[in-house]
Write a protein that binds this ligand. Structure first.
Ligand code: TZP
Ligand code: MG
Length: 207
């Protein structure tokens, strides 16, 4: 997959009254490399509609588009990839369906990270780094020192996620993360584009 620095996930609860496409386009204009559609509440037809619109938007801007959980929707809209958690379809099964598309896997422990790497994940999510209200099925935060361990151990791209804000991202970067993912800090911002630019200016110092 193409390398990336800033990864934004949708979270419509953080921008009531604002359209998802408008918010995600602002994030793209702020420089995000990847957009993920993550929606745990909509019914399939609604999800499919959002996926189609986001596919169109990301194609227009040359940004990578990933769908969370719904491999059928990812295939139907020809997304660039799929993101799966530990409880979702096993990676080997997903690989049979998506072929060469990107597969990202959420991991919370070094054993999970190593397994995903061995099984051919294209990237892994590492988190939640900090406590976050965004993910309902909260596991304990993995902590910044765990990010350091992953940075030392894992060879495929990893993206730090969970409770990452402009005010704490420096210590995540200092621990070795060169790719960051955020939901609420980006899409809940009154200045989505400026927030992305601020994240990127910090991340760019790591390369
Ligand atoms: N996976 C681990 S933490 C998380 C996901 C989807 C939510 C991150 O949201 P926020 O608002 O950036 O803490
Ligand atoms: Mg999932």
């Amino acid at each position: 997959m193409r390398d990336f620095r800033l990864y934004a996930i949708t979270g419509e609860q953080f921008h009531p009254g604002r359209d998802i496409i408008e918010v995600m386009e602002e994030a793209i204009l702020g420089g995000v490399d990847i957009i993920q559609l993550r929606d745990k509440t909509s019914e399939k037809p609604e999800l499919l509609r959002k996926a189609k619109e986001l596919r169109e938007l990301t194609l227009k801007h040359g940004v990578t588009f990933i769908v969370n959980d719904h491999i059928d929707i990812a295939m139907e809209v020809d997304a660039d990839g799929i993101h799966l958690g530990q409880e979702d379809l096993p990676l080997a099964e997903a690989r049979k369906i998506v072929g060469g598309k990107i597969i990202g896997i959420s991991t919370h422990a070094i054993g999970e990270a190593l397994l995903a790497e061995r099984q051919g994940a294209d990237y892994i999510g590492v988190g939640p780094v900090y406590r976050t209200a965004t993910k309902a099925d909260v596991v304990d935060p993995v902590t910044v020192s765990y990010v350091r361990e992953v940075a030392r151990t894992i060879k495929i791209p990893f993206v730090a996620i969970g409770g990452i804000k402009l005010r704490n991202v420096d210590e995540v970067i200092e621990a070795g993360a060169t790719r960051i993912c955020a939901v609420s800090e980006i899409v809940g911002s009154t200045d989505v584009k400026g927030t992305c630019e601020a994240f990127l200016s910090k991340l760019n110092k790591t390369r």
